[in-house]
Design a binder for this molecule. Structure first.
Ligand code: ADP
Ligand code: MG
Length: 683
């Protein structure tokens, strides 16, 4: 990963590994380029091996599976959307080229077609005494057209299913995958029905037809694989790829950090579909035939097994997985069948002589899936490398850092906070009901610009619900929430974040399987501009933005001294509880907030860590950041807050300076109960 190179501590080892991997990939690339001619090389060296046309053909087929797997990897691996009907997009791409080149689909000619013929998309043919239109869509034009068309289908299909996750989404996609071939079978006027399309035109390259020579197809397949690997990697390492992984890891947290999950998922569907569309064109041009049966459920499952076997979310893993399983199917199983037959002849066993493993591929793929799940869940080449634990010394080079953040560094990171008078956040009469339970009842809270307001109250009093309603995670039944002068009630979480409200969660919600650095980078999502094309083309402007974002993420982590910096490449799930809380705060700071909402940030920290964090929060306040904090530890509250709001049973009990609130009878009663309060008074 490019990211790894930037970080000092591990860079030399990582760079060496990256160079080694680069060399291996280059070598494999060269071998692939030379593959159709390797037979000659072998014979030159005196070996009796040949690479025949059928081998090149099998290899082209394998390349087609690699491109399909790369596309499905974007949907399933990157964005975490389980799609069991992926072959439908493959079919749509295949038919796009098939319908517009085959000799089965020929409407009657009229002069209106002249114009289409003039641009080379159709020709007049005379058959059975009639003039007919034969479409002559160029293969090279069909590739982008099919990609565009399937991308649109991906969006149209994705839109109604967006609210679904996991099993439900899988079932809907399964249905979609079944519907598409059925539609093709039952619209003979357009698709020639169950008989399918035969005699699809072979591609032309500068006037030369590919005909049935397998080599040109092989090289087109190789070019397509190369292109899609580059696109996959560039997307993965960009703002777009990070937004997919954020949604995959935790949709709620992704929204609260500025990722529009609707847009993000639709993009994944569209791009995954476009990969399948292009492969469809390639496939049908190579086979020169298309029937609805070629795109059924077993194909979707086969591609899914390739992705899982290779390693979900891992580009090279998926390439290796698809390659390995395709070769298993086209070379190894037939050879093995041959050996079994010969073995059967030798021992005179009839059954062995009739075994045909190539006809049991579905069974064998099923077994491979089961074995992968049991023994190697992350696949051949896992997407996330396991990081070695830090050494004891590395963990303890520095003790607790006193005095809060380095204010010079922190000031650079927080956009300058204008100290304005007035209220930044105004919650008025907000009521939230969960069925019969009123979690918040007409609550009013104001947070002055640059102030620190603490919310306290017993468990279940509605504090976290208050944060959820402010950040758009739960809807309000009534009331109004004004932020920076504008109403934010009813906005989506990512829109609220864009306005400048960032939060942490009581039950930490990090992107558990992503490195610390990526977690912090995702925090910057709303402040970066890179789109799909920017990410794929990676022009200087985009590269500079990415570099800046990376440096900023490193700087933000560095605020916490050596707590996070040595762990930037570790997955969030590998961190201690206190460090996870720090990453969550770092991620929230990365969003350039105007107000920071902290939900019990010191829960689970020991007294020294609590003090460290309280001082850090204080230094943020010193720099002008407005803070709303939920906290149980009263000494922290006293140290930080200008104003304390006490909630009880969803209602605001009282509000005032920390010292006043501490003495308030109602507050004591809410916390300790009446009897205990009286006992405390008496003693
Ligand atoms: P606090 O953070 O003060 O401990 P919460 O805001 O988490 O309290 O919860 C307030 C009340 O609302 C509790 O009774 C809780 O069970 C309920 N509650 C919170 N979220 C939901 C939800 N999504 N659905 C139903 N009830 C909820
Ligand atoms: Mg809570």
């Amino acid at each position: 990963m490019a990211v790894a190179n930037v970080i000092g501590a591990q860079s030399s080892a990582d760079q060496k590994a990256a160079r080694q991997n680069g060399a291996i990939i280059a070598l494999i690339g060269l071998l692939m380029l030379a593959f159709p001619f390797l037979g000659l090389a072998f014979q030159g060296l005196g070996f009796d091996w040949d690479i025949g046309d059928d081998d090149v053909d099998s290899m082209s087929l394998a390349l087609g599976f690699v491109t399909l797997a790369l596309g499905l990897n974007i949907v399933v691996g990157f964005a975490g959307l389980l799609d069991l009907g992926y072959a439908a997009f493959f079919a749509i791409g295949a038919y796009t080229y098939g319908v517009f080149t085959a000799y089965q689909i020929m409407p009657a000619w009229s002069s209106a077609w002249d114009i289409v013929a003039a641009v080379g998309l159709a020709e007049k043919v005379h058959r059975d005494g009639m003039d007919l239109v034969h479409f002559t869509l160029s293969f090279w034009l069909a590739l982008p057209i099919a990609a565009g068309l399937t991308a649109v289908c991906g969006v149209v299909f994705g839109f109604p299913t967006l609210r679904l996750r996991g099993d439900y989404l899988a079932i809907v996609t399964l249905g979609f995958g079944e519907i598409v071939p059925i539609v093709f079978r039952n619209t003979p006027a357009v698709t020639n029905g169950a008989a399918g399309l035969n005699g699809v035109m072979a591609p032309q390259f500068f006037g030369h037809s590919f005909q049935v020579n397998p080599k040109p197809y092989y090289y087109v397949g190789l070019a397509l694989v190369f292109l899609l690997i580059v696109i996959s990697i560039r997307l993965r390492d960009s703002r777009i790829g990070r937004s997919w992984m954020a949604v995959r890891e935790d949709e709620t947290a992704a929204g609260a950090m500025g990722v529009d999950h609707v847009k993000s998922k639709l993009l994944a569907f569209a791009i995954g579909a476009a990969f399948a569309g292009m492969t469809g064109v390639f496939y049908v041009a190579k086979l020169q035939t298309a029937t609805p049966d070629m795109f059924g459920f077993p194909v979707s499952v086969m591609i899914l097994v390739m992705v899982v076997f290779g390693g979900m979310g891992s580009v090279w893993g998926v390439v290796a997985g698809a390659m390995a399983l395709s070769m298993l199917q086209s070379w190894f199983l037939p050879s093995l069948t041959g050996w079994i037959h010969r073995g059967g002849e030798a021992v005179g066993n009839d059954w062995l002589q009739q075994v045909d493993l190539a006809r049991s591929t579905e069974l064998i793929f099923g077994l491979i899936l089961v074995l992968t799940m049991l023994y190697r869940r992350d696949g051949l080449i896992p997407a996330t490398r396991k990081q070695a634990a830090l050494s004891f010394d590395a963990q303890n080079v520095q003790g607790v850092r006193r005095g809060g953040f380095d204010t010079v560094a922190a000031a650079k990171i927080l956009a300058t906070m204008p100290k304005r008078g007035g209220n930044l956040l105004e919650v008025r009469g907000v009521t939230v009901k969960f069925g019969g339970l009123t979690a918040l009842n007409a609550v009013d809270i104001t947070v002055p610009s640059g102030g620190v307001v603490a919310v306290i109250g017993p468990n279940g009093s509605g504090k976290s619900t208050l944060f959820n309603v402010i950040t758009g995670l739960v809807p309000a039944d009534s009331g109004s929430i004004k932020f920076d002068g504008g109403e934010i009630l009813g906005l989506k979480p990512h829109e609220i974040l864009e306005r400048g409200i960032a939060r942490t969660f009581q039950n930490i919600r990090l992107f558990a399987n992503l490195p610390v650095l990526t977690n912090v980078l995702i925090g910057q999502h709303a402040r970066l501009r890179t789109g799909v094309f920017g990410a794929i083309l990676r022009m200087p402007g985009t590269a500079a933005e990415e570099k800046g974002a990376l440096q900023r993420a490193i700087d933000i982590a560095a605020l916490f001294g050596n707590r996070l910096t040595p762990r930037l490449n570790q997955t969030a799930s590998a961190l201690s509880y206190a460090n996870r809380r720090r990453v969550e705060i770092a991620r929230a700071l990365a969003t350039q907030p105007k107000i920071l909402l902290l939900d019990e940030p010191t829960a689970g920290m020991n007294p020294a860590e609590t003090l460290e964090l309280a001082e850090q929060i204080k230094s943020l306040h010193g720099l002008g950041l407005t803070i709303l904090i939920i906290e149980h530890k009263l000494d922290v509250v006293t140290q930080l807050a200008d104003t304390v709001v006490v909630l009880d049973h969803g209602e605001k009990l009282t509000e005032g300076k920390p010292a006043e609130v501490r003495r308030n009878d109602d507050v004591l009663r809410a916390y300790l109960g009446r009897a205990a309060t009286e006992a405390a008074r008496a003693s």
